[in-house]
Design a protein around this ligand. Structure first.
Ligand SMILES: [Zn+2]
Length: 330
C-alpha cells in the first residue's frame, strides 16, 4: 500500500490464536526498515512474518526497528523472539518498556484486574473464577524484551525519508501509541480505532500506563473519549488499523463513535431508570444476555464506559457497599 511517493507502508496480516483472528503488522519501507507490532509469541507467527517479508522482497535480518503500539498479546507477544531473530532495536512508549521487560507479568496483572473489576461491579464470585479459568495460560503468548528504547508523546521517530510523529493516546489500552505521517495524512493506530466497530476499552490496573485518577476503574474510559475527540479533530485521510480494513477519514469515524457512545449511554440510563440501585453487571446481563456470559469482561466494559459518562454528567450516582459498586439515577 503506497502512502506517499517516498515511503511505502505494507500490511502483513498474521494469524493469532485469539478470537480476533488476524492482526495487521505494518512494514514501514524506509531506513531503518521498521515493523510495527509483532503478533503473538508462537513459532508459527515468527515463520509467518518471515514468509510475508520474503514475499515482499525483504528478510527478517533487514528489519532494523520494531515499534510496539500497545501491550496486548496479539500486538506485542512476539517482541522478544522477533528482536532476537532480526537483531532489530525495539521502541515503545515510555512506561511500556518495563511491561515488555517483565514478559508475562503485566498480562497476568491485567487478567487479575479484569476479575476484580467484574466482581466489584456485581458479577458473582463463581463467574469470576470461571472467567479466570478460561484465561489461564494465555500469558504464554507473551515474551520479554529487556532492551527497549522509550518513545515520548509528541516526539518523533526518525527515518531517512522523514520523521513520523509519536502520539500517546490511551483508550483501548493505557499504552496506545499512534504513529503519524503528517505529509502523507496517514496514521498507524494499533487498536485505537476500527472501520466497522468501536474499539473496546480494556482497562489495566490503576496506575499502569497512566495516572490512577480513578482508583475504581483506572480512568481509561474518560481517556478513551479524549482520544476519540483527538481523532475527531484530525484531518488525517486514513488510519491503518491493527485489525480489519483501514479506516478512511478517521476524524469522521471518530465523530460517529462519540455519537454512538452517547446513544449507548442513553440505553443504559433507560435500563437504570425506575430500576432502583443496580450494579453494572446486572445492567450488562439485561443489555447483553448472551455476550455477557460468553465474554463477561468485554461485555461489562462498554456498560462501565456509559456509567462513567452518565456519572460525569451528574445523571447517575455511584456508591460502594461491601466492596460492590451500585449505580442509581441521580
Ligand atoms: Zn489491543
Amino acid at each position: 500500500m503506497a502512502i506517499s511517493a517516498q515511503r511505502r507502508v505494507l500490511t502483513l496480516e498474521i494469524p493469532t490464536p485469539f478470537a480476533v483472528g488476524t492482526v495487521n503488522l505494518f512494514l514501514i519501507d524506509d531506513d531503518p526498515l521498521t515493523l510495527v507490532d509483532t503478533g503473538a509469541n508462537q513459532a508459527t507467527a515468527l515463520s509467518d512474518i518471515a514468509s510475508a517479508l520474503l514475499e515482499l522482497g525483504r528478510s527478517l535480518a533487514e528489519v532494523g526497528r520494531i515499534v510496539v503500539t500497545h501491550q496486548h498479546l496479539d500486538h506485542a507477544g512476539l517482541v522478544g523472539p522477533l528482536a532476537a531473530a532480526s537483531g532489530a532495536e525495539v521502541c515503545a512508549i515510555a512506561g511500556l518498556e518495563a511491561w515488555l521487560g517483565d514478559g508475562p507479568g503485566g498480562n497476568l496483572g491485567d487478567e487479575r484486574f479484569a476479575v476484580e473489576l467484574l466482581v466489584a461491579h456485581g458479577a458473582p464470585e463463581r463467574l469470576g473464577v470461571l472467567y479466570e479459568g478460561t484465561r489461564r495460560g494465555l500469558e504464554g503468548f507473551a515474551s520479554s524484551q529487556a532492551e527497549v528504547r522509550g518513545l515520548v508523546d509528541g516526539g518523533e521517530l526518525d527515518f531517512a525519508g522523514g520523521a513520523l510523529r509519536v502520539h500517546h493516546r490511551p483508550g483501548h489500552s493505557p499504552f496506545d501509541t499512534i504513529l503519524e505521517d503528517p505529509e502523507a495524512g496517514t496514521l498507524i493506530t494499533g487498536d485505537a480505532i476500527f472501520a466497522k466497530h468501536p474499539a473496546p476499552v480494556l482497562p489495566s490496573p490503576p496506575g499502569v500506563g497512566m495516572p490512577a485518577d480513578d482508583p475504581a476503574r483506572s480512568g481509561l474510559f474518560a481517556a478513551a473519549r479524549r482520544t476519540l475527540a483527538w481523532f475527531a479533530a484530525s484531518d488525517a485521510e486514513v488510519a491503518l488499523a491493527g485489525h480489519g480494513e483501514r479506516v478512511e477519514e478517521p476524524g469522521r469515524v471518530a465523530r460517529e463513535r462519540l455519537q454512538e457512545g452517547e446513544l449507548r449511554a442513553e440505553q443504559v440510563l433507560a435500563e437504570l431508570t425506575g430500576a432502583g440501585p443496580t450494579t453494572a453487571w446486572e445492567l450488562t446481563r439485561g443489555l447483553h444476555p448472551r455476550w455477557s456470559l460468553r465474554q463477561p469482561f468485554h461485555a461489562l466494559c462498554p456498560t462501565l464506559e456509559c456509567l462513567d459518562l452518565l456519572r460525569e454528567g451528574g445523571v447517575v450516582v455511584e456508591e460502594e457497599r461491601d466492596g460492590v459498586r451500585w449505580f442509581a439515577c441521580g
